[in-house]
Write a protein that binds this ligand. Structure first.
Ligand code: ACO
Length: 275
């Protein structure tokens, strides 16, 4: 049957035990990204970002897709029919939330439960850790319908995958399974579908125990350094660590050091200090 979703309904979310579970919520359209969904996702991410009860954010999909990429009807055809201004607006709405996710203030995990195509590589890259079902399918399908992988997708493949694999992936329009995506660097790890949520939960629980500010500084440092020289990276690390001190970093480090050296209650090589 035909489902007309209100904008609020294109993204679903719940917060449980410090974890925000955010879902692409257009299963009947394989969670493809329409302008409405893009606007809603930006609003949801912003709403969750500074909530004290959110320690980690997981982005997943309702039904059998993570996301089937951009909506060819609502994002492309209908928007293009309205002219350049409308095209730019919808590009900015989608790239805007992909960017928000790349620089999110909390750790983020992509839990890829199924189809992930084209434009979906933007949020895939935006998430810090990506765990896929082994039988999920990843594709730069753009070439199959006569365009290039835009909206960040080709850059994501080129950043994450070995160059020969990325080039083949972009040119051939053949899908990779979750397992192959792991082997080629597109995702962190692939697990059997029935273990997917348990594995993501395990990672969330580990992240929840880390120092929030140190995690944020770490993920930003990793992303910022991609296009820095070694020396600039080193300088950035010094500055970022010093900035961390204004969020209580100096005291946290002192306490962790005390727990290790004096109290002998934990070993940094084997686990996290008690925050
Ligand atoms: N844009 C618009 N509508 C879509 C999209 C999409 N990206 N993906 C799925 N849909 C719609 C279908 O048109 C269909 O609508 P209908 O029920 O009104 O006919 C509905 O979602 C269900 O899709 P089916 O194709 O029937 O689902 P199926 O499970 O057989 O196939 C698959 C799933 C393989 C994901 C298929 O839908 C597909 O190929 N989608 C397009 C994937 C793609 O290439 N996306 C674009 C990437 S490029 C970019 O993002 C710039």
């Amino acid at each position: 049957q035909k489902i007309e979703r209100a904008e609020e309904d294109t993204v679903a979310f719940t917060v449980e035990d410090g974890i925000a579970w955010v879902k692409f919520n257009r299963p009947e359209k394989r969670n493809c990204m329409s302008p409405k969904l893009n606007r809603r996702m930006k609003a949801v991410l912003e709403e969750l970002e500074f909530r004290d009860d959110v320690k980690v954010l997981v982005l997943t999909g309702e039904g059998d897709a993570w996301t089937a990429g951009m909506d060819l009807k609502e994002y492309f055809r209908e928007t293009e029919a309205q002219g350049l201004g409308a095209v730019r607006k919808s590009q900015r709405e989608s790239y805007g939330w992909f960017e928000r996710l790349r620089w999110y203030e909390k750790p983020t995990i992509a839990m890829i439960n199924g189809w992930c195509f084209g434009g979906g590589y933007g949020p895939l890259f935006g998430c810090d850790i990506a765990i896929a079902a082994e039988d999920a399918q990843f594709g730069l399908s753009e070439i199959n319908w006569g365009i290039l992988p835009g909206g960040g997708a080709s850059k994501v493949a080129q950043e994450l995958m070995p160059f020969r694999k990325a080039m083949y992936h972009a040119m051939m329009g053949e899908n990779l399974t979750g397992k192959q995506a792991e082997e080629q660097g597109l995702v962190t790890e692939a697990v059997p579908a029935d273990r997917l949520k348990a594995r993501v939960l395990e990672i969330c629980e580990a992240l929840k125990k880390k120092d929030t500010h140190a995690l944020r500084a770490t993920k930003w440092t990793m992303r910022r350094m991609v296009d820095m020289t070694y020396d600039n990276g080193l300088e950035y690390q010094i500055r970022a660590q010093e900035a961390l001190h204004s969020f209580g970093g100096a005291a946290a480090r002192k306490e962790a050091t005390r727990q290790f050296l004096d109290e002998k209650s934990f070993k940094p090589g084997l686990g996290t200090f008690d925050t």
